[in-house]
Design a binder for this molecule. Structure first.
Ligand SMILES: [Zn+2]
Ligand SMILES: [Zn+2]
Length: 273
């Protein structure tokens, strides 16, 4: 295992952005928690319903992790999302490298979309009259944002041997995404995108949701699914250097461009999963 993953260096701007999104998502979690505590006795939701809302939140969190994962791999490239895309591409060619990124990378991956989507939804929910439904909805948003704060942490647990018996039990019970379940995604990269507990993979893959969305988006925009991901993988197979093909030109960013070359030797020795 190398000591440094390929895209470890972040620019000061990237660090500021990651901090901002992690803080923003943390603020949404706190906002939801304060609402839930404040209105707990007003609503008086019974325990079975509370449990149901928590479970629904845990399912939705898994689905959201899958949607973010699918979106990143299918439609985005470095020009749109920068280093986040590089790290996602690296994860397909060198799965274990993901364990070597720091807390900011692990937390900002899920926090950015979570804060941008569920922040406004949570605020809108808080403006509605307090009812059992709005309370249960807020509980779902709370669980989703909390899980997205740790989304990549959940994912990374599937890439290393579980140190604690309680975690092994949670993975065996599918309460946390089991490694064998996640590795199906690494063998066949167009399924099993959901990484929190893997529950949403069953309906999403059975119903071919991601393919249906791809057909719809392609029809509306003309964009080709996974074009950027495939270009990275072809470039890597042909040159042994993990980089977006278009970065070879003069438009390349100096830091991002030199880094893959620096590790080209290691990359060539790495290989596909
Ligand atoms: Zn993985
Ligand atoms: Zn993937």
């Amino acid at each position: 295992m190398p000591a440094i993953p390929f895209f470890k260096d972040a620019t000061p701007r990237e660090i500021r952005l990651m901090r901002f999104f992690v803080a923003a998502n943390g603020a949404v979690v706190v906002f939801c928690a304060v609402y839930l505590v404040r209105h707990y006795f007003d609503v008086g939701l019974r325990r079975p319903w509370l449990m149901l809302a928590l479970l629904a939140g845990y399912f939705v969190a898994d689905f959201v992790s899958g949607a973010v994962h699918w979106g990143m791999e299918t439609w985005f490239d470095e020009r749109m999302l920068g280093r986040a895309v590089s790290i996602a591409r690296e994860h397909h060619t060198h799965p274990s490298h993901v364990l070597l990124y720091g807390f900011l990378e692990r937390s900002s991956f899920g926090s950015a979309p979570s804060a941008m989507v569920f922040g406004p939804i949570a605020v809108a929910t808080s403006l509605l009259p307090v009812t059992a439904l709005t309370y249960a909805s807020m509980m779902v948003w709370f669980v989703v944002c909390l899980c997205m704060l740790f989304g990549m942490h959940f994912h990374n647990l599937a890439h290393r041997p579980a140190r604690f018996a309680i975690l092994r039990l949670a993975q065996r019970l599918h309460l946390v995404c089991p490694p064998a379940h996640h590795w199906i995604h690494h063998r066949q990269q167009t399924i099993h995108y959901c990484v929190v507990n893997g529950w949403a993979n069953y309906p999403c893959d059975r119903l071919q949701l991601w393919r249906a969305l791809e057909r719809l988006i392609s029809a509306l925009t003309g964009a080709e699914p996974r074009a950027d991901d495939l270009a990275w993988q072809i470039e890597f197979r042909q040159t042994g250097i993990l980089t977006a093909p278009r970065r070879k030109g003069s438009e390349a960013e100096p830091v991002a461009d030199t880094q893959p070359a620096r590790y080209a030797g290691r990359l060539a020795a790495g290989g596909m999963p």
